[in-house]
Design a protein around this ligand. Structure first.
Ligand code: SF4
Length: 462
């Protein structure tokens, strides 16, 4: 019983200023992941080595691929007097040794607290000749004492749009797809869907073929994947932008509209049946194409699988935690499956989450408890589970403690997953990705039933 001190919600102390087992991680992790989705880009952490080590290690553990990034290596001196000298030296070294096309600098708690101005330092680096011709530096402020990794991701994607997208006189028949934080496998699936729909697109960021590369025996500092500078530049001439997930993409879509007058539509991350429907409809409408038979067939296959196995989902209670952009459509989908998402937390702050949850849950699952922000942590979710037990937990690896202590089936979904593989290779977006999610949920429930039911209820055919 690793979490034996957790109490029922009705017996737990009410908290306002303490987070226990947060359902989020720090801003720069998101900024680093977004920067990896740009080709030839080296993420740079402006702070201490310890911060950068943590950001790299959490990404490396999740993706099981080496994550490249550099750091300003703050010392006691830079912590007091500012990190300008360190960053200027870093940029000189990075461009001469590692030769990236872009250095994407994000700040950390420390450099934000002492007030380092990344833009001003980058301009000085340019003026001092430390940024070679044709090479670029972008900056995102990512203080981790506000927001979460989701905020950091959004800030870095916005920084790329601000820096590179340009409007020319030549209109392009292409759609900008600004992706919320999903797996590289999901980004591949989004690209497949766009291809099947015959819609030219620019996907930003695109971490496929960057953090899930094959083992070839040869090291490549900058893998083949990632959105190119030319693609980002062309985004200003696109017919429109679709952002998947408001928390991660809305700021970038607004920045692009302000800068280049490209209209945008924000949809959910296409997890689940209805969120995928809305995504497909948004693409079809923006690109003025009809939905191809292949996509309709995939939808039919998903609906068929749900109908076949509906009795196993019916009225099962679920606890869900993770990022707002992904768990919102997931909660909607669980309701569509006939399940009851009764305990939901997200560590990422933002008023829209509570509003969306109320809209989705008020009629179909009024007993659901949900919260986001600093005290919406996994301890709180556990106290709710103690009060009102659930049949399934869905979330990142950190939920395995609760799942083990309470003997509840557990499906890994979200970030980080550091004790299993699969997320880098098999998507959970689109109709086919949702089908995999259905399979994972079913397998968890059925494995539990096989292992725990009385002998007379042990079935061969399920
Ligand atoms: S100090 Fe801040 S930026 Fe550094 S690892 Fe901790 S939370 Fe992240």
């Amino acid at each position: 019983m690793l979490l034996r001190h957790t109490k029922k919600a009705s017996e737990a102390v009410d908290r306002k200023a303490l987070t226990i087992n947060p359902a989020k991680t720090c801003q720069p992790v998101g900024a680093m992941y977004a920067a990896l989705g740009v080709h030839g880009c080296l993420p740079h952490s402006h702070g201490s080595q310890g911060c950068c080590s943590y950001h790299r290690s959490v990404l490396t553990r999740h993706y099981k691929d080496p994550i490249m990034a550099s750091t300003s290596s703050f010392t006691e001196g830079s912590s007091v007097f500012g990190g300008q000298a360190n960053l200027l030296t870093s940029l000189s070294n990075i461009f001469s040794i590692y030769e990236p096309d872009i250095v994407a600098i994000h700040s950390t708690c420390l450099s934000e607290t002492i007030g380092d101005d990344l833009k001003q330092i980058s301009e000085k680096a340019l003026a001092d000749g430390k940024i070679p011709e044709g090479k670029f530096v972008v900056q995102a402020a990512t203080p981790s004492y506000v927001g979460s990794h989701v905020t950091g991701y959004a800030n870095m994607v916005t920084a790329f749009v601000d820096k590179f997208a340009f409007k020319t006189d030549e209109k392009r028949r292409q759609v900008n797809l600004i992706s919320g934080w999903v797996e590289p496998s999901d980004m591949t699936e989004l690209k497949r869907i766009m291809k099947v729909m015959k819609v030219p697109y620019v996907l930003l960021p695109d971490t496929s073929d960057v953090v899930n590369t094959p083992l070839t025996g040869k090291f490549k500092m900058y893998p083949t994947g990632g959105t190119t500078i030319a693609q980002m530049a062309s985004m200003g001439d696109s017919i429109g932008t679709i952002g998947t997930g408001a928390f991660c993409t809305k700021d970038a879509a607004i920045a692009l509209e302000n800068k280049c007058k490209v209209p945008f539509k924000i949809t959910d991350v296409p997890v689940g049946l209805r969120a995928t429907d809305r995504f497909i409809q948004a693409v079809a409408k923006m690109a003025k194409v009809s939905v191809p038979d292949e996509i309709t067939k995939e939808r039919g296959v998903l609906v068929d699988a749900i109908a076949d196995m509906q009795q196993y989902f019916h009225n099962k209670k679920v606890a869900v935690y993770g990022d707002p952009d992904t768990i919102t459509p997931l909660v909607e989908f669980l309701l569509d499956l006939g399940m009851k998402p009764t305990a939901i937390v997200s560590g990422t702050p933002g008023k829209a989450f509570m509003k969306n949850m109320e809209t989705i849950l008020s009629e179909k699952c009024p007993e659901a408890k949900y919260l986001n922000g600093p005290t919406a942590d996994m301890y709180r979710m556990h106290t709710w589970i103690k009060e009102n037990p659930v049949d399934l937990i869905i979330g990142n690896t950190y939920g395995k403690y609760i799942a083990r202590d309470e003997n509840i089936p557990f499906v890994r979904f979200g970030f980080p997953i550091i004790d299993r593989i699969g997320h880098s290779y098999f998507p959970t977006v689109g109709y086919m990705g949702t089908l995999r999610l259905v399979e994972k949920i079913l397998n968890a429930l059925m494995d539990y039933q096989d292992a725990n039911c009385p002998e007379e209820k042990f079935e061969l055919v399920m």
